[in-house]
Write a protein that binds this ligand. Structure first.
Ligand SMILES: Nc1ncnc2c1ncn2[C@@H]1O[C@H](COP(=O)(O)OP(=O)(O)O)[C@@H](O)[C@H]1O
Ligand SMILES: [Mg+2]
Length: 448
């Protein structure tokens, strides 16, 4: 079968399409030029053997393939082995910067635990919740209840948007389960917009199954090293029974991780020998983040793959890849800001859009309060918002300078980068803020 695309005056992106796909480009004179992608690929020397191995969703298949995490795996397994002996492990809090392997280790260690538990005929169930997807209390309850083990004869009930009803239903399901239940809340900081909302975890860890007498074991994972210090003491005492900190990788560890990935991802002799040490050195210098470093290698590979000649990944490809990654990094930095900082940034953008208005902290604060009310968020103090504006300045997301008004004192003027449209789009990637995207500046004007 042949597949045809008609594209007018278009640039073609390099998608990997199956064979027998023809692209018909109509030139400005209306002439049709046919080009087969398989022809375009020609018999160029391949760069990639399996590019998917370099995508962030790809993890090692088992714990044996994980390098430089023996100590952490050991610690994790020692912690969880109690479950195999019929005891509920302590709740565990895992911290570490992004890309240090927290999600991967948790998944692989728990998969391993379930295999051994099956052999030993010990009843253990694991529920994984990614709070980046399920960030409201109701969504978390919904997901937990959807994933709870249920007896064969039981039909899972549908609960609407009622947290108290979800809580009661969870207790019912827990009462029917006679094993050890482990619930993982990955990226827990994303589910907690105000710190009172960790109450759902507090409730979960304090419940007991009427059948087994066990409470669930909760594993919380976060990149936010400050997260626990903001928890209320009674929540802290139950959630932080045990803690594990996962350190960033150094250059030599990143090299080993990259070599394993590269062997599976690249065709033989596709990489110049400096490429892996250079990627690892850059990765270690920046953050020790394996995800970002693997990404750097992938972008460098793409650079070479887009060339018709000299099809080997070189030092220059890595340097170009770094520039590309840095550009993305600005927006990535915005995407991963905490919710309150995103609201402050949005408020500053809204104020800057009002013609003839200088953006001052006072005006940003007024707009910020309106946005918070719009999405039902707790409102921070003026002082805290001013601090968040300074943090955004330090991150170079916006800039500010102090202006003197003579005897009327001094005030701060905030400058927003010109790429506000792109910036806003990135902020609205956060589904919690989506409803703000429909708010018109006009409607906000009356509050200021
Ligand atoms: N020690 C390691 N060996 C192999 N791959 C690793 C290792 N550590 C991290 N990775 C890879 O790096 C990426 C990020 O890991 P992840 O567990 O998602 O990080 P985190 O959850 O800490 O942000 C994943 O693709 C993961 O497979
Ligand atoms: Mg993770």
């Amino acid at each position: 079968m042949h597949c045809y695309f008609i594209i007018s005056n278009a640039t073609i992106n390099h998608y990997l399409l199956p064979n027998n796909i023809f692209i018909y480009i109509s030139s400005p004179e209306g002439k049709i030029v046919a080009m087969s992608i398989s022809e375009k690929l020609g018999d160029k020397k391949p760069i990639f053997k399996d590019r998917n191995v370099l995508l962030s969703a790809h993890d090692p298949v088992s714990l044996e393939n994980v390098v430089h995490r023996d100590e952490q795996i050991d610690c994790y397994q020692n912690h969880l082995k109690y479950a195999l002996e019929g005891f509920v492990p302590d709740n565990l809090f895992i911290y570490g910067k992004s890309g240090t392997g927290k999600t991967m280790l948790t998944r692989l260690v728990l998969e391993d635990l379930l295999i051994v538990a099956k052999d030993l005929k010990v009843n253990i169930a694991v529920i994984n919740i990614n709070c980046e997807n399920d960030f409201t209390e109701n969504a978390v309850w919904q997901s937990v209840n959807d994933k709870m083990p249920i007896p064969e004869h039981h039909t899972r009930r549908k609960i609407g948007n009622s947290c108290p009803k979800h809580t009661t239903y969870f207790q019912d399901l827990l009462n029917m389960y006679d094993g050890i239940l482990i619930i993982v809340f990955d990226e827990i900081d994303k589910a907690v917009s105000s710190f009172s909302s960790v109450d759902f975890i507090n409730k979960i860890v304090r419940m007991k199954s009427a059948t087994s007498g066990f409470s669930p074991c909760v594993i919380c994972i976060t990149n936010d090293l400050q997260f626990a210090s903001n928890l209320k003491p009674h929540v802290k005492s139950v959630l932080l029974q045990s803690e594990m900190v996962i350190p960033p990788y150094n250059a030599s560890q990143l090299q080993d991780i990259l070599r394993i990935r590269a062997a599976a991802a690249f065709a033989p002799n596709a990489l110049n020998e400096v490429v892996i040490p250079l990627c690892a050195a850059i990765g270690a210098q920046e953050s020790g983040d394996a995800r970002r470093t693997i990404g750097l290698l992938r972008i460098a590979g793409d650079q070479a793959n887009n060339r018709d000649i000299d099809r080997v990944v070189t030092e220059d490809d890595v340097r170009n890849a770094r520039t590309i990654q840095e550009k993305d990094c600005f927006f990535e930095g915005v995407r991963t800001l905490p919710l309150q900082s995103k609201l402050v940034l949005l408020a500053a953008i809204f104020v800057s859009k009002m013609d003839g208005k200088e953006t001052t902290t006072k005006e940003v604060y007024a707009t910020y309060c309106t946005l918070c009310k719009h999405i039902g968020m707790d409102i921070l103090t003026y002082r805290r918002v001013a601090d968040l504006l300074s943090e955004l300045d330090m991150l170079r997301i916006l800039s500010s300078h102090v202006v003197s008004r003579g005897q009327h004192g001094r005030y701060k003027v905030i400058n927003i980068p010109r790429i506000t449209a792109l910036l806003e789009l990135r902020i609205y990637d956060d589904p919690r803020l989506f409803s703000i995207s429909e708010l018109k500046v006009r409607r906000l004007r009356k509050y200021i």
